[in-house]
Design a protein around this ligand. Structure first.
Ligand code: FES
Ligand code: FES
Length: 159
């Protein structure tokens, strides 16, 4: 299979020259310098590497670059607008939903994917959806609170 020559990242076609078997995480971080997504387990079990592919949260560590060269990819670097944080980012800060911060990018991208799909999730739905994202610091309760808060902010903004 030929090398991947371009990826559609954050609304822009970015030239790359990547073996199609490489992980999307590696291409984003090492070739495109988009280091927001993190390497945690490397086998799809922790969620630290989560990005949106076609609007859905996906583990970039287990996604091959060759499988996404025609799909829109969104990383955390695309969330803030005109110097203003995305409501999910702001809510994580306001609530203090992080300690070391290593899981935070993946948590936020999963939460953005959830709120795009379901703008008013209840606490149980949030817990269920976020289940695959692991926080070794144990800030789960605040993470759920932050997502509830972001959902409220986003609803207000639409009024
Ligand atoms: S690094 Fe991708 S799921 Fe853990
Ligand atoms: S804040 Fe440290 S792993 Fe989640």
């Amino acid at each position: 299979m030929a090398n991947v020559k371009s990826l559609l990242v954050n609304g822009t076609a970015r030239p790359v020259d990547a073996d199609p078997e490489r992980s999307l995480l590696s291409v984003l971080r090492d070739d495109l310098n988009l280091t927001g997504c993190k390497y945690g387990c490397g086998e799809g079990r922790c969620g630290a590497c989560t990005v949106l592919i076609d609007g859905q949260p996906a583990r970039s560590c287990t996604t091959r670059a060759g499988n996404v060269n025609d799909k829109p990819i969104r990383t955390i670097e695309d969330l803030a607008r005109s110097g203003k944080l995305h409501p999910v980012q702001q809510a994580f800060l306001d609530v203090g939903a992080l300690q070391c911060g290593y899981c935070t990018t993946g948590m936020i991208m999963s939460a953005v994917g959830l709120l795009q799909r379901e703008p008013s999730p209840d606490r149980a739905e949030i817990v269920r959806f976020m289940n695959g994202n692991i926080c070794r610091c144990g800030t789960y309760s605040r993470i759920v609170t932050a997502i509830e808060r972001a959902a409220g902010t986003m609803k207000e903004a639409k009024r």
